[in-house]
Design a protein around this ligand. Sequence first.
Ligand code: NCD
Length: 298
Amino acid sequence: MHHIISIKEITREEIDEILDRASAIDQGAFDPDALKRKILAILFFEPSTRTQMSFASAMLRLGGKVINLGSVETSSIVKGETLADTISVVSGYADAIVLRHPKEGAARLASEFSTVPVINAGDGAGQHPSQTLLDLFTIRQSMPLDGIDVGFLGDLRYGRTAHSLAVALSRYGVRIHTITPKGLELPPSLTDDLLDGGTEIVVHEHLEDIISELDVLYVTRIQRERFPDPGAYASIASGYRVTPEVLTDVSDRFILMHPLPRVDEIDTRVDALSCARYFQQARNGVPVRMAMLQKVLS
Ligand code: NCD
């Protein structure tokens, strides 16, 4: 059975295969009945717009059907049902499960109780592999992945999209640059893994010091909901912001990415610049998730 829990367990060859399949799908090369009679269960215990809707759209475009837990407040979870029991039950109702949960490790646990494939759509500050695949797909639309310089700006401590993407990029010999508010640096265990794997990580204090050398800048929202202390969030929140002025010296192939939702990290005036790729990135969620669903369900 094909669970997709962490990008750490997906090889470069498998990543390239999914991205190639997504490119073909994006060009219209797919069977609209490929997943006819298959049912996807969407179980989200945290808010979501893009991930949830693009998984549903991907399933429908392949001829499949979707069932959705809907809001946690109206499910048996409020009666005290455990995640393990919920998963045991739902795996009897569907052919695959997409799960988002506030606790790191939840998707792994779910995969142990599920009789059908589980796709991790974000587990706390852990991993977000489907987002990573669409991020890689978006970069690949502009440039080859090998050996590029990628900057990460924002909350690298709690941001699961950055965690997953950094691991995936390490398979392509990418140099990683980090620019973070104090206290929101990459977790030491992840930094160690990346360094052990031979990835170069360069820490910068200011975006201005490195922006002209970057091929990609990946901006993330400060993950307010994961802060143990709301006061600490308030003191960090307004620390950085990408404006058109900051982007005047970027290279010709430079692209600006963000998994969305954005709060204040990117000035809306940036949206009109040709380097702004975050809405394209969100759209890419559909072909990439179609490729993923075909992989786990076919
Ligand atoms: C991200 C997430 O949920 O981790 N959103 C998404 O799936 N595109 C990023 C975020 O919430 O900041």
